[in-house]
Design a protein around this ligand. Structure first.
Ligand code: MG
Length: 387
């Protein structure tokens, strides 16, 4: 076994696959505060294991008399402090470093005191950019900001990008598998915009390919795929389902709307170093500001709400809504995860939370007003069948 010290989740995934281990284990709270630390298990491909295996491990752990091996059977533990450099170098080797260096980009990176401190600043410097770091001393108590890279937690980054006239701001969550961009004007770039931007580039470079995402991601992914010879496969929500599908279908690229992008020829999981390298490459090669590149992407408006519903009523509510839509409308239904209703001018998805007594209701349409109306409509359907 290797012991990797403090590092990012995707680097564990990379090492597990690269050095042919049977399993990888990461201790992390991901984007959550430190009290939520848990164990994340990865299979030999570096993909997160499915829920039923996790439950089995929990059962073994909490079992009062688990089978334990003798001390001498545990095997040897090696500290490996070189492997993270190899991981970063591998990402560097996969992009056009000359183009990035020539563009002389000014980059501000906010690691949020998370594990990205050990990868992101080094990566960006190796790519030949001028780097300014924020919150880049690792500290598991996250003194600088909350580890989740949402807009309200990134105000300092936004201000520094504007103050320094930087080309781009980048932020990671605590275990650095998610990446969020701030454009040169200080605008927060939504995760699905980054996803679409990189999708477009990947399809152009590879003359098409299979894109995997979840049923809750933007129509923009489909629009870009159609234009650049891509094929989209949608899974239920969950990054490990996307990663597994990418492997099974030999996919080109995948991701989620929260800024987690997956490059299967690098790591079978959301990866931040490859995402950063790729985005800097795109800005450098296009020779245009990030805000312009984002403005060219298909525009949709999203609306997200949640509503309470007891766990034991969720199945009945979903079934009733699906039945009503089938019998009273022509709308297409997708039951991959919850109930997704596809209308002419947008879609709405109603998904039960696995951990809380709520439904999440997302809608997307060509105007904000319509998207809001659609979520209201979805919430109305839930209220109708909830007791
Ligand atoms: Mg994370």
């Amino acid at each position: 076994a290797y012991m990797l010290h403090v590092t990012t989740t995707p680097s564990v995934s990379y090492v597990t696959k690269q050095d042919e281990f049977d399993c990888g284990i990461m201790i992390t709270a991901s984007h959550n505060p430190p009290q939520y630390n848990g164990l994340k298990f990865l299979d030999a491909d570096g993909i997160g294991i499915p829920d039923d295996m996790e439950l089995e491990i929990e059962r073994l752990y909490f079992d009062e008399e688990p089978d334990r091996v003798e001390f001498h059977e545990i095997g040897q533990l090696y500290y490996n402090d070189k492997i993270i450099d190899e991981y970063v170098d591998e990402a560097v080797s996969k992009v056009d470093t000359d183009a990035i260096r020539e563009a002389d980009l000014k980059v501000v990176v906010d690691c949020g005191s998370g594990a990205g401190c050990f990868t992101a600043p080094y990566l960006i410097r190796k790519l030949g950019c001028d780097v300014t770091t924020l919150n880049s001393q690792a500290d598991g108590f996250f003194p600088g900001r909350d580890p989740e890279p949402i807009e309200e937690n990134l105000q300092e980054l936004i201000n520094v990008v504007k103050e320094l006239n930087a080309d781009i701001g980048l932020a990671h969550d605590g275990d650095a598998d998610r990446t969020i961009c701030i454009d040169e004007k200080g605008n927060f770039v939504l995760g699905d915009k980054t996803f679409t931007l990189v999708e477009k580039q990947m399809l152009k470079e590879n003359n098409g390919g299979i894109i995997v995402t979840t049923v809750a991601t933007s129509q923009a992914i489909y629009d870009v795929a159609q234009e650049y010879n891509g094929e989209v496969i949608a899974t239920a929500v969950g990054d490990l389902l996307v990663a597994r599908k990418l492997k099974d279908e030999d996919g080109l690229f995948g991701g989620e709307e929260n800024g987690g992008l997956i490059f299967p020829d690098f790591v079978y999981g959301r990866d931040a170093v490859m995402t950063v390298a790729k985005i800097l490459e795109i800005v450098a090669k296009e020779k245009r500001p990030l805000s312009e590149l984002v403005a060219e992407l298909p525009v949709y408006y999203a609306s997200k709400m949640k509503i309470e519903c007891p766990d034991d009523e969720k199945e009945f509510v979903m079934q009733s809504i699906a039945d009503e839509i089938k019998t009273t409308t022509d709308f297409e239904l997708d039951l991959t995860d919850g109930v997704k209703i596809l209308k002419e001018d947008g879609w709405v998805i109603i998904r039960p939370s696995g951990t809380e007594p709520i439904f999440r209701c997302f809608a997307e349409s060509d105007s904000q007003e319509k998207a809001d109306e659609m979520t209201e409509w979805g919430l109305g359907l839930i209220r109708k069948y909830r007791k």
